[in-house]
Design a protein around this ligand. Structure first.
Ligand SMILES: Nc1nc2c(c(=O)[nH]1)N[C@H]1C(S)=C(S)[C@@H](COP(=O)(O)O)O[C@H]1N2
Ligand SMILES: [Mo]
Length: 327
């Protein structure tokens, strides 16, 4: 008998995962029930967290903004990673130093969630997440994500360009970097009781990187507000860099003229540098970066320079010879 290659049940195609399809499905369900759009109000379309008890959740407070319209400029030639795979295999050391932190991450309290914007800015400010998200316009983008550990996924993030946050912050001309910081609450996040880690998680980019179109502040995924394990209520996505640069659950954004030392750089600077751009030809000191394992198929595929985004970002690094750009 010939071997039959069957796509696993969860290997949905990109088209099947569009928010439009979600709408169509809802419409079809309503139609099937003999109900028109007017009946929408009576049908419980909201996810279960949108109950009175959980009303203090950032996701519930912003659920009306999803799904956001997809920006077709950010296409990928890969299948999206199904939500049940990407949502159950996460790096979020605040909740444990392994991949199965999704359950533990549910203890993350996302409301109230104030974001501090400070440093070299016109006026430092503190803004509630749900206010920030209504001052920008959300869109969906399909991005690849390449972890330094050599696995990868493709996800439909929802968010807004980092440049919109910069515009809101009004940094002074002397600011050269943005430093991002995650919360530090060991009572809420048990991983932060591991005192040998240099909490809080910190990451940074240059102002030029922040101005690049690809730099994206993420507030949602799969057409919904971010589930907690993805770094609710707001995280970064820098798809041309190794995944550790995409800091989760951001509480503080500081403009500075000093290059920030990131969490992983502080732990092992020879393995995880400031730039951390994806490059298949520069191995990690302990493993090759030539290939990556696609999370939902297990298949190994060649890794691409800048994770496939060279056209968009290579220019950022043209004048930086001598810097350790790819680790
Ligand atoms: N605050 C914080 N942000 C973080 C991490 C973390 O441990 N803590 N892990 C990073 C790493 S190594 C990766 S690969 C991605 C994982 O994102 P995901 O769980 O949404 O796939 O988040 C990054 N951002
Ligand atoms: Mo990672």
């Amino acid at each position: 008998m010939p071997a039959i290659h069957r796509r696993p049940r969860w290997a949905i195609s990109e088209n099947q995962a569009t928010p439009e399809t979600v709408f169509e499905n809802r419409r079809a369900i309503l139609k099937g029930l003999g109900l028109g759009a007017g009946a929408l109000a009576g049908i419980p379309l909201l996810p279960s967290y949108a109950t009175a008890e959980a009303a203090r959740d950032a996701a519930a407070l912003t659920a009306d903004l999803y799904p956001a319209e997809r920006n077709e400029r950010y296409e990928v030639d890969r299948e999206l990673t199904p939500e049940d795979i990407s949502g159950t295999y996460n790096n979020f050391y605040e909740f444990g130093s392994h991949k199965q932190i999704a359950r533990a991450a549910q203890s993350l309290v996302t409301h109230p969630w104030d974001i501090e914007i400070d440093g070299m800015v016109e006026a430092p400010m503190r803004i509630a997440f749900e206010d920030l998200v209504r001052r920008v316009s959300l869109e969906e983008r399909l991005y690849r994500h390449r972890c330094v550990e050599a696995w990868s996924m493709t996800v439909p993030w929802t968010g807004f360009p980092l440049s919109a946050l910069v515009a809101l912050a009004k940094p002074s001309a002397s600011a050269r970097y943005i430093r991002f910081e995650t919360f530090n609450e060991p009572k809420m996040a048990s991983g932060q009781k591991q005192v040998w880690y240099p909490w809080p998680y910190v990451e940074g980019v240059t102002m030029e990187e922040a101005a690049n179109d690809l730099a994206f502040m993420v507030t949602g995924v799969y057409g919904k507000p971010l589930a907690k394990q993805f770094g609710a209520p707001v995280r970064l996505a820098l798809p041309w860099k190794y995944g550790f640069k995409s800091i989760k659950s951001i509480r503080r954004v500081s403009f500075t003229d000093k290059r920030p030392t990131s969490f992983w750089e502080q732990i092992a600077g020879n393995e995880y540098g400031f730039w951390a751009n994806v490059n298949p030809e520069v191995p990690h000191p302990r493993w090759s970066q030539a290939e990556e394992r696609i999370l939902h198929t297990g298949e190994s595929v060649p890794t691409q320079l800048y994770n496939g985004y060279a056209e968009e970002v290579a220019g950022l690094y043209a004048d930086l010879t001598g810097e350790t750009l790819f680790r």
